[in-house]
Design a protein around this ligand. Structure first.
Ligand SMILES: *Cc1c(COP(=O)(O)O)cnc(C)c1O
Length: 404
């Protein structure tokens, strides 16, 4: 037997979505002809704007000509896309970035799971609870998380996001080397106002810690006091690395394009140098046609199309929130993110409420417990289905809860 990575070998199995799928399959098998509607979809569903796919097709055709052929591109990304990201996603928010500080990649999952490579093996991290599992799993596989008991790792500090604190995490109680924050949040759908995020930036600067900020849902923000980027906070350029993605912004989950910002001045340029060195060793960049497609996201036609898609999803989020209130439940989130975090009735567990809605309404959500212990007693509903299916699911929920 070869000496295998013991941390990877002993990872607990990914349980949540497998269990959800198996309960739905079991129900459908027992009730042939039933149609379960999923309000658990964690992926975009609207097609790409044609200006984006045409840009990709044109770039692909260019590659078949002697003059247009391109081999390996710059591993950091083509200048045209780096410039487009700075100009369209940061300048409007008053954030000036140099293109040397932006790194294009094939996904925020790739990048957020790689951030831990910047840390020493013994470094300590903090995450929110509930949490997007990638941050925890990547640290656990690197041997930094300790032991897993009841869904919590012994070396990770968890910052609970519960209704009592409005789903805004408390500052870490002990020193940590890095804090992972994702706002607007998956799974709670809640956002962090600028003043709250500023407290984290101040803490990180005072303590010489890093913030890894996942801004995957920034395009869904509508509240005026919520920052799209952590660099809207004073001093964030000294302590924060930000990951963004075209996935939820422009429907790129099947295209694969994202970016990470590492400010030049962080620790005298050390962090930027490390990220560059790492990338040069591990990546040959993202394909040229995909980068051209991402650039086309910012054309007037492209922008109109993805804004329309986001409006479409957020209309679903609004009707989910309104219906939850009408049936006497309490929804959180769903204003600046495509997720609604619903408190279960009568202190039910998230799994019990999941089963209740599956069997009484043929509607599937995602139990909050699956994202961490503080998710207990919540169900995540997502806005990514069609409006028709969302309306039908909500009609069934109203009927099941006896509130036509
Ligand atoms: C969907 C999602 C992403 C995007 O990941 P990609 O790899 O870019 O598709 C990142 N972070 C969170 C929290 C997400 O939910």
């Amino acid at each position: 037997m070869p000496a295998l990575n013991p941390y990877l070998a002993s990872m607990p199995a990914g349980y949540l979505f497998r269990e959800v799928a198996s309960r739905i399959a079991a129900y459908e098998k027992k009730h042939p002809g039933s149609r379960v509607i999923s309000l658990g979809i964690g992926d975009v569903t609207r097609p790409l704007p044609s200006v984006v796919t045409e840009a990709m097709a044109d770039a692909a055709m260019e590659m078949s000509t002697p003059a247009g052929f391109r081999g390996y591109g710059p591993e950091q990304g083509y200048d045209f896309l780096l410039k487009a990201i700075c100009k369209n996603l940061y300048e409007p928010r008053g954030v000036t970035l140099g293109i040397d500080e932006v790194f294009v990649s094939d996904g925020a999952k790739t990048d957020t799971s790689a951030l831990q490579e910047l840390l020493a093996p013994e470094a300590r991290i903090a995450v929110t609870d509930p949490v997007y599992p990638v941050y925890v799993d990547s640290n656990a596989m690197a041997g930094r998380a300790g032991e897993c008991r009841d869904g919590l790792w012994s070396n990770i500090e968890y910052l609970p996001c519960v209704k009592e604190n409005g789903f805004i995490p408390p500052l870490p109680r002990h020193y940590v080397d890095a804090i992972y924050l994702c706002f607007p949040n998956n799974p709670t759908g809640t956002a962090m106002p600028l003043a709250e995020l500023q407290r984290f930036v101040n803490w990180a600067r005072q303590n010489g810690a890093l913030i890894f900020f996942d801004a995957a849902y920034s395009a869904f923000i509508s509240s005026p006091d919520v920052p799209r980027s952590i660099y809207e906070c004073e001093g964030a350029r000294e302590c924060a690395i930000e990951c963004g993605s075209f996935s939820k912004l422009a429907g790129f989950t099947g295209m694969r394009c994202a970016y990470t910002v590492v400010p030049r001045g962080m620790y005298g340029g050390t962090l930027l140098k490390m990220w560059k060195r790492r990338l040069a060793a591990k990546s040959n960049g993202v394909s040229y046609p995909v980068q051209r497609a991402a650039e086309a996201v910012f054309t007037p036609e492209g922008s109109r199309a993805w804004r329309d898609n986001i409006d479409y999803y957020m209309n679903n989020a609004r009707i989910i929130r309104n219906t939850m209130r009408k049936v006497g439940l309490t929804p959180y989130g769903g204003v600046d993110a495509p997720y609604v975090w619903v408190e279960t009735p009568g202190g039910m567990s998230g799994w019990d409420f999941f089963d209740f809605l599956l069997t009484r309404a043929q509607v599937a959500g995602t139990p909050g417990e699956g994202f961490g212990p503080s998710g207990a007693g919540f169900l995540r509903l997502t806005a990514f289905n069609t409006e028709e299916n969302t309306q039908e699911a909500l009609r069934r929920i109203r009927a099941a809860l006896g509130t036509k």
